[in-house]
Write a protein that binds this ligand. Structure first.
Ligand code: MN
Length: 163
């Protein structure tokens, strides 16, 4: 039995100047964040762009609502998925958030999500000296693709119903 603190993740759907998804992983008491224009894919052949953005507070991980006009990120936000994640430092060895931060610094984070919608392992890989990362699904034995509906896992609302 592996014991370690469960780290939080959230994926927020964000209808700002461009509709996108924000992936946030808890590390060192903040939510380290990437804007993922097309969201996460379950196809290991698909590489999704993930642009590193400012860290957000832990409190923001539970935010669903409207960011007012004139503020950074103005627009509607819904909690598309949330749950816990793990990093493996060696096969079978679960890392704590120091390990996760080490992976962040190295620009290569392999992580496993245990969310309501998202279950499985992905790889975030930084492109040289940039804010741009690639997000790729790691193959799973069954390659099962669950139903990824667009509703909030908290309120059941669609993005247009957020107010
Ligand atoms: Mn955003």
């Amino acid at each position: 039995m592996i014991s370690s603190k469960r780290l939080q993740f959230v994926v927020q759907k964000h209808d700002a100047s461009h509709l996108h998804y924000d992936l946030r992983l808890e590390m060192g008491g903040v939510m380290v964040s990437w804007a993922v224009p097309k969201g996460l894919s379950y196809d290991p052949k698909v590489k999704r762009l993930a642009v590193r953005v400012d860290d957000h507070t832990m409190k923001y991980a539970s935010f669903e609502g409207v960011i007012p006009k004139g503020s950074y990120g103005a627009g509607k936000v819904l909690i598309w998925d949330r749950g816990t994640y793990m990093v493996e430092h060696r096969v079978g060895k679960i890392g704590n958030d120091k390990v996760a931060k080490g992976m962040l610094a190295k620009g290569s984070i392999r992580f496993t999500l245990e969310g309501t919608k998202l279950k499985g392992a992905w790889h975030l890989l930084r492109l040289k000296e940039s804010k741009n990362w690639m997000l790729i699904k790691l193959p799973s034995p069954d390659n099962r693709v669950p139903d990824l509906d667009e509703r909030s896992v908290v309120s059941g609302k669609l993005i247009e119903d957020i107010n």
